[in-house]
Design a binder for this molecule. Structure first.
Ligand code: TGC
Ligand code: FAD
Length: 392
């Protein structure tokens, strides 16, 4: 019997931990990413948007990526690991695509799927799973980001109706959404509302001048006495715990996705280092470059193992929110470090959009901040370890 060998692109043999079906889901997402994202993403990033986003949403729907691990209502009903592998492959293309999928499936659809009425589910979920209707999720406000419990957007009763007033900020998909899940303060506490974006008083101006996630749409949501019927309220979403439970879903996808962005940067740096010659030999032949490549590979593989571990727990129903914070904290932080190291290995070429490195690096600055900053997830884990909440 021959000794086990390592392969450079799977140093720990993590592939062996996946089933044939999981490898097939991953292959489909990888093919999608390489065919429909990679060829055009530098241009989309440079121009600040994806002109064919509605078509791409339909393609993502056909891939089964929208609400992939939800059951019923036209959703694919696959596992959390399948969904994670898909997030990884899509984010290997660009964080904007995984962001779209996260917001659509894990935030907007999940909120309706978990907390919605039968009518809300029937009206929105099949169209959203197909990518025919686009959703967004409005929690953050201009003055309340890490501390959403202090939100100022209000919903007050007016006869049988609700009137929503306030402002949300930094909302992914906002200006292209057909439906917004809006979280607002009521006399009874925080509640969620399903807001068709054609409702009078609702507008979603796009936020321009971003230097990160440029291919993604980010918007404000302006709610100026938006009148909604009583049936627009998510009936079982009571209190801040409801939106935070949706965040667990999206954060889980990011744990995997960040590894995809880092993998692309690592592969680019490895390939560059073996072909770029200085001082008469490929720069991969210098010990300092090898140390960088090894550090990148070690962190990449550790991050992937962590994602898979959390995915198996999620499928077993044993994944705790603090464990999601562990993954989000570690994998976004190390993915960004991998991209920064890759950028250095590429020298001047590292700052060009001709290589998929600085784009991923810039995107990950957003990924580090949204869905809970490094500091928030550190404090979540600090509380888990010490038993003391240090948020305020
Ligand atoms: P706190 O008093 O701790 O909790 C309030 C209630 O919520 C419960 N809870 C959770 N439930 C489920 N999952 C979680 N992860 C939960 N964390 C807390 C908690 O048990 C409590 O329930 P109850 O029944 O006792 O009322 O709340 P706090 O005000 O002290 O805040 C805690 C903190 C700081 C951790 C939380 O506010 C937080 O996570 N802040 C970060 C905000 C954030 O992540 N925003 C993300 C906005 S969405 C987004 O960024 C989308 S980007 C997507 C993309 O484009 O890909
Ligand atoms: P702040 O909360 O003001 O924080 C500023 C700094 O202070 C951070 O470093 C933070 O960690 C630190 N800080 C705050 N409190 C503490 C503390 N107690 N201890 C130590 N440090 C602290 N939101 C949505 O609701 N929906 C979306 O779809 C969405 N999409 C986004 C897309 C993009 C591209 C971006 C950039 C953001 C998006 N967000 C979205 C908003 C995102 O969730 C917030 O930006 C994030 O939660 C942080 O809030 P903030 O920007 O207001 O920063």
């Amino acid at each position: 019997m021959s000794d086990p060998r390592v392969t450079p692109d799977d140093l720990l043999g993590i592939d062996d931990l996946l089933s044939d079906d999981e490898r097939a889901v991953r292959a489909a997402a990888r093919e999608f990413s390489r065919r429909l994202i990679a060829p055009q993403i530098a241009e989309w990033f440079e121009n600040g948007g994806i002109p064919t986003m509605r078509d791409l949403a339909g393609e993502l729907g056909r891939l089964g990526a929208l609400g992939m691990h939800l059951r019923g209502y036209g959703c694919a009903g696959l596992s959390a690991v399948d969904y994670g592998l898909t997030c990884l492959e899509l984010e290997a293309g660009d964080s904007a695509i995984r962001s779209f999928v996260s917001v659509q499936g894990s935030l907007a659809m999940y909120a309706i799927w978990r907390y919605g009425s039968a009518e809300q589910k029937q009206q929105w979920l099949p169209a959203m799973a197909a990518g025919a209707a686009i959703g967004c999720f409005g929690l953050t406000e201009p003055d309340h980001g890490s501390d959403p419990g202090s939100m100022r957007t209000t919903a007050r009763r007016d006869g049988a109706d609700w009137l929503l007033t306030g402002r949300k900020a930094w909302i992914t998909n906002g200006s292209i959404a057909d439906v917004a899940i809006v979280w607002a303060r009521t006399d009874e506490g925080i509640r969620g509302f399903v807001v068709p974006t054609t409702t009078p008083g609702f507008s979603a101006p796009e936020i321009k001048h971003k230097l990160s996630l440029r291919a993604s749409v980010t918007s404000e949501l302006v709610l100026d006495d938006v009148r909604l019927p009583a049936s627009a309220e998510l009936p079982t979403a009571k209190g801040l715990g409801a939106p935070l439970s949706c965040l667990n879903e999206a954060r889980y996808g990011i744990v995997w996705g960040a590894i995809g962005a880092a993998r692309t940067a690592y592969e680019t740096a490895l390939s560059y280092a073996t072909t770029r010659t200085q001082f008469g030999k490929p720069i991969a032949g210098f010990q300092l470059t090898q140390a960088k490549l090894v550090d990148m590979a070690v962190e990449l593989n550790k991050g992937l193992l962590l994602a898979l571990h959390l995915g198996r727990r999620k499928d077993a129903g044993t994944l705790a929110p603090e464990q999601v914070s562990f993954g989000k904290l570690n994998n976004t932080r190390s993915a960004l470090e991998i991209c920064r190291t890759a950028r250095g290995i590429l020298g001047a070429n590292g700052i060009s959009l001709d290589f998929p490195v600085i784009r991923h690096m810039a995107n990950l600055e957003s990924v580090l901040t949204y869905e809970g900053t490094v500091e928030m997830h550190t404090l979540v884990l600090g509380q888990a370890i010490t038993g003391v909440a240090a948020f305020r």
